[in-house]
Write a protein that binds this ligand. Sequence first.
Ligand SMILES: Cc1cc2nc3c(=O)[nH]c(=O)nc-3n(C[C@H](O)[C@H](O)[C@H](O)COP(=O)(O)OP(=O)(O)OC[C@H]3O[C@@H](n4cnc5c(N)ncnc54)[C@H](O)[C@@H]3O)c2cc1C
Length: 436
Amino acid sequence: MKQTGIRILGAGCAGFGAAHHLYEQGIEPIIYEARENYGGHTSTFVYGDGFIFDEGPHISFTKNERIQKLFAESCGGDFKAFPANVNNYWKGHWIKHPAQVNLAGLPQDLIVNCIKDFIHAQNNEFGEITNYHDWLHAAFGPTFGDTFPAEYTKKYHTTEAKNLTTDWLGPRLYQPDMDEVLNGALSKETKDVHYIPNFRYPTEGGFISYLDMFAKRSTLHLDHRVTEIDMDANTLSFANGNTAGFEQLISSIPLPVLIPMIKGAPQEVKDAAALLSCSQALMVNIGLNRADVSDNHWTYFYDEDICFSRLSFPHMFSDRTAPEGCGAIQAEIYFSEKWRPMTGTPEEWTERVIEDLLRVGLVKSRDEIIHKSTIYALWGNVIFDQDRPRCLKIVHDYLKDIELAYCGRYGDWAYIWTDESFLSGERAANMVVKGL
Ligand SMILES: Cc1cc2nc3c(=O)[nH]c(=O)nc-3n(C[C@H](O)[C@H](O)[C@H](O)COP(=O)(O)OP(=O)(O)OC[C@H]3O[C@@H](n4cnc5c(N)ncnc54)[C@H](O)[C@@H]3O)c2cc1C
């Protein structure tokens, strides 16, 4: 392998995408990673009692055949493919996903108002839409918009829909036609229209198995948290006291952490980076002594008085993630420094999760619980608030000026998935190799 001065910061999907591109070019990929393990958000936690939980529910639903093949190769072809079973919970009702085309069984006045609003929304012009609240009203009408997605937004994005832009939506929210809404209001037999129709998950070892191959092909410096980047002297300093040189950098480090580390970064750029907002995710993991927890792979929860926004059931992805005959639940609770700072301890949230699981009936008694743990992710989902476009432009323009290549969910600062983060890393490496 050819030695160069290219260095990659961060060993998550984006870092490994960059590493893969270098490897393909015959260049030795050298990565510095803050943690003691690789994987970033796709890390997997293996517990001594036989339960395995990822850092947040991770499944691969990429349609990119090249990435599908690479991930398959990484786990030795040992993965399972499923059609996604997804549902929703709202005030005691279990609703097929997406709720907008599966209203049957909900209170009659709610259905009537949803349909009346939907007709009105379809037949009216709304002018320029600049926030998610207005988009929801234009797409679905106020009754559905305010009862379901706007409530979910507060729990998941930690702020009101009116504070969000709409450029993150893509295919995430299904926009039905009138026939679909009416059919779904009259019958529970509806076609499946989720934006994730099917997915893949490694049989063994959790989601991280999709990245093991790239780790083996890279020179990994774990426990190397970058604390300072000197772009003039071309040196990196690390929290462990080490230093290293470089010629070109590819960074997947979150922008609000990266910018203050760059020696001489202008105050205006530091201020812009500080205004970029991201949620933090507390995952509460519960293991049960029975596997018949749910028929679904994951469930969205809309009620304000239920602390989690989503539950997933890892043993439904692979039964090797739990001891034989046992079931697993992972609850996600979101906070953010800017909008909803974390309160309470992980132990207190675990108790609240258990109480809510008992209330919704997924756990029948505390005696069933044989595993409790928590995972805290400081960087969860980028929040597309109104500050983002202006601040991101300032930060990205500066990084382009100093020729520091950025990539990944927290370098691009976008709502992107594992495959997209990997591709983003590949693109950044390609630009660096070509000297762009
Ligand atoms: C709860 C949740 C669920 C998700 N579910 C899915 C899913 O089902 N399917 C899917 O495709 N995607 C999913 N995603 C998205 C997916 O996790 C990301 O797209 C992807 O993992 C991001 O990879 P990345 O390399 O860009 O970032 P990261 O994985 O965060 O990697 C960045 C790396 O940089 C390291 N780092 C940070 N600071 C420093 C420093 N100072 N010095 C050195 N290293 C540093 C970090 O430790 C980390 O390892 C989910 C995300 C979340 C939050």
